[in-house]
Design a protein around this ligand. Structure first.
Ligand code: MCA
Ligand code: AMP
Length: 365
């Protein structure tokens, strides 16, 4: 059936849903974060303030358009500001150089992209000049390694600035254009965002000593309203006074800058800037006939930040499944970026008295 008639009038309220973006948790299938129109507008206007983002800006990026980074910042951002965007289709470093040399003023990317840029700089004539000429180089979705930050700064004279966000919160903090882009900091809370660090028992961390660690909690117009059809998960995500528990652990520097030092959940993996729940991959692996038991962990990777490792107890010890077979299985069932990059075969998984897999013990197995 074909819909006919006029386009409905746009008389939606600020709190009405604009987007539902799915994001992985530690267990079960991904949850749909319902993002209201208010959140999209608030986050983009706050970034405009922090970055002096205007209609004169031309953005270049090669981010996927099914996540907040590529879609909200990378497409709705230029639409709201009235500027323009050139999407690279894919992310080759040559495309970045072409885009920036051709008048683009801003580059958005995940750390894996900046790592590949840092690797290509010595051999890529024109790339350093292109980056040097940009008004703003912005990294987000995962931590930008200090080594890559410094290599880019040394070759181009430009410091990549970092901003910190989540699917549920859109953007929380950023290094400001008029601030200091120190490697390893994600800057200060954006206008309108209340941010606090809290200890395990809920006590606020007030020290700005660059050392006392607490969980980041945020409140503001940038937040999602709920997980779709998951009132239980929504309730668990918020404190009684309306702050969202990010699960990210951080310290504050004396100037108020936030430095993220880790995550509460070991079962969340950030690979290539994608958030991936270990439980989801374990469930997929267990559906493979050659797998008896499975555990998934993330381990450091210079390119991807973390790579997905599958620890497998095979159904038949004499015929363990191979990496390609399991990677294809997960890629087909979930998504290609969720596929394991390494498979390690074990006789048994280390378990505690309760039968729970001891993932920390796997790192040294
Ligand atoms: C490989 N491929 C396969 C298989 N192996 N397909 C099927 N079966 C297999 N076994 C395909 C992949 O689908 C992909 O195809 C191509 O081979 C290369 O895959 P991969 O190795 O994963 O890609 P890569 O070159 O390593 O990609 C690196 C990347 C990518 C470009 C940095 O990881 C990326 O785009 N990351 C961005 C993530 C992101 O936007 N995160 C934002 C969420 P094809 O090329 O056709 O796809 S976080 C967020 O939004 C918050 C709010 C925030 O703070 O930003
Ligand atoms: P997602 O839910 O896919 O939107 O991922 C959000 C998570 O990405 C956050 O909770 C952080 O753990 C991480 N993240 C985003 N930006 C940064 C950043 N600049 N530095 C470190 N971690 C980041």
């Amino acid at each position: 059936m074909r819909a006919v008639g006029p386009v409905p009038a746009a008389d939606a309220e600020d709190g009405d849903p604009a987007l539902i973006v799915y994001t992985s948790g530690t267990t079960g299938p991904p949850k749909g974060a319902v993002l209201p129109r208010r959140a999209v507008a608030a986050t983009l206007d706050a970034l405009a303030d922090a970055w002096r983002w205007t209609a004169r800006d031309v953005l270049v990026h090669g981010l996927p358009l099914f996540h907040v980074h590529g879609l909200v910042l990378g497409i709705l951002g230029p639409l709201r500001r009235g500027g323009s965007v050139r999407h690279l289709g894919r992310f080759p470093t040559e495309g970045v150089a072409r885009g920036l040399n051709d008048g683009a003023t801003m580059l958005f990317g995940v750390p894996t992209m900046y790592h590949r840029i840092a690797e290509a700089l010595p051999g890529g004539p024109g790339l350093a000049e292109a980056l040097a000429g940009a008004r703003l180089l912005v990294s987000g979705s995962a931590a930008l390694p200090v080594h890559d930050h410094e290599r880019i700064a040394a070759a181009t004279g430009r410091r990549v600035i970092e901003r910190y966000g989540m699917t549920e919160t859109l953007m929380n903090t950023s290094v400001r254009v008029d601030g200091e882009a120190r490697a390893g900091t994600v800057g200060v809370p954006l206008p309108g965002v209340e941010l606090r660090l809290v200890e395990e028992d809920g006590t606020p961390v007030t020290a700005r000593d660059g050392e006392t660690v607490g969980e980041i909690q945020v409140r503001g117009p940038n937040l999602f309203t709920e997980y779709l059809n998951r009132p239980d998960a929504t309730a668990a995500a918020f404190t009684a006074d309306g702050f969202f528990r990010t699960g990210d652990m951080a310290v504050r520097d004396p100037d108020g800058s936030v430095r993220i030092v880790g995550r509460k959940a070991t079962d969340l993996i950030k690979s290539g800037g994608y958030k991936i729940g270990a439980g989801e991959i374990e469930n997929a692996l267990l559906e493979h006939p050659a797998v008896r038991e499975a555990a998934v962990t993330g381990e450091p990777d210079a390119d991807l930040g973390e790579r997905i490792v599958a620890w497998i107890v095979p159904a038949d010890p004499h015929a363990p499944p191979g990496l390609e077979e399991l990677a294809d299985h997960v890629a087909r069932r979930l998504a290609p970026h969720k596929r394991p990059r390494v498979v390690r075969i074990l006789d048994v998984l280390p378990r505690n008295d309760m039968g729970k897999i001891m993932k920390r013990a796997l790192g040294t197995a």
